[in-house]
Write a protein that binds this ligand. Structure first.
Ligand code: ADP
Ligand code: 5GP
Length: 215
């Protein structure tokens, strides 16, 4: 089976980072594309693991050198996917899992049409606000920006192939995992399908030959 990119998008607080982490623990056939950002690190975030934290100047220089497969300004900061990250994971034979916003997802899908786009929905507006507040990652003003931006982000859901409601975490993780399994079985992704089927037809002809002799 050939490996392919998988994008998770959601309004901030929707749970995409949590779902991505669980999937990466569970599935060795997935690798994470570590994005670059100009946002300052949150408590507990590690440079090179969660993000590559860059200054705006360094980010813009990388844009000018054409290093990003996609990039966008989100909630006032720059975020981007390095081409080298995508290649690193795909050449290791793994599906590349990306946690990127709706603008980036659109750009990336245009450049890599075999990408699987999954939108993670919160069960309700209230739950989204509660989860985002409980994360304590943003002050009140930044939290409000993220909630306001959620309205426009939700309007993009129709561009996605799949929608998963993140109510019960384990169920949402199971659903994303099932999507990846099903996508890997699409006929255009199955490795050397024609040769496999030709081999089967040859075997079947032999079986028919032997069987018909017994008539
Ligand atoms: P995102 O990456 O989409 O911004 P996070 O993965 O950081 O969202 O999730 C936001 C907060 O909600 C985190 O504190 C996370 O632990 C919590 N969370 C995520 N999914 C669930 C869930 N299904 N049930 C309860 N809390 C959740
Ligand atoms: P956060 O600051 O909460 O980690 O992420 C904010 C938003 O930026 C989320 O919607 C997240 O998906 C998005 N994001 C993270 N990495 C990238 C990236 O490489 N490219 C784009 N376009 N968006 C990203």
């Amino acid at each position: 089976m050939s490996s392919f990119p998988v994008i998770l998008s959601a309004p901030s607080g929707g749970g995409k980072t949590t779902i991505a982490r669980r999937l990466l623990e569970r599935r060795l056939d997935l690798g994470y594309s570590v994005s670059c950002t100009t946002r300052p690190p949150r408590e507990g975030e590690v440079d090179g693991r969660d993000y590559r934290f860059l200054s705006r100047e360094a980010f813009e220089a990388a844009v000018a050198r054409g290093e990003f497969a996609e990039w966008a300004e989100v909630h006032g900061n720059l975020y981007g996917t390095l081409r080298t990250e995508v290649e690193r994971v795909l050449t290791a034979g793994r599906h590349v899992l990306m946690d990127i916003d709706v603008q980036g997802a659109r750009q990336f899908h245009l450049a890599f049409p075999d990408t699987v786009l999954i939108f993670v929905l919160p069960p309700s507006g209230e739950v989204l606000k509660t989860r985002l507040s409980a994360r304590k990652s943003e002050d009140q003003a930044k939290l409000l920006v993220r909630l306001r931006n959620a309205r426009a982000e939700l309007g993009e859901v129709g561009r996605y192939h799949y929608v998963v409601v993140n109510d019960h975490l384990e169920r949402a993780v199971d659903q994303v995992s099932s999507i990846i399994d099903a996508e890997g079985l699409r006929h255009d992704r199955v490795h050397e399908l024609e040769a496999q089927v030709e081999g089967l037809i040859e075997q079947l002809e032999q079986e028919i030959h032997v069987f018909s002799k017994g008539d």
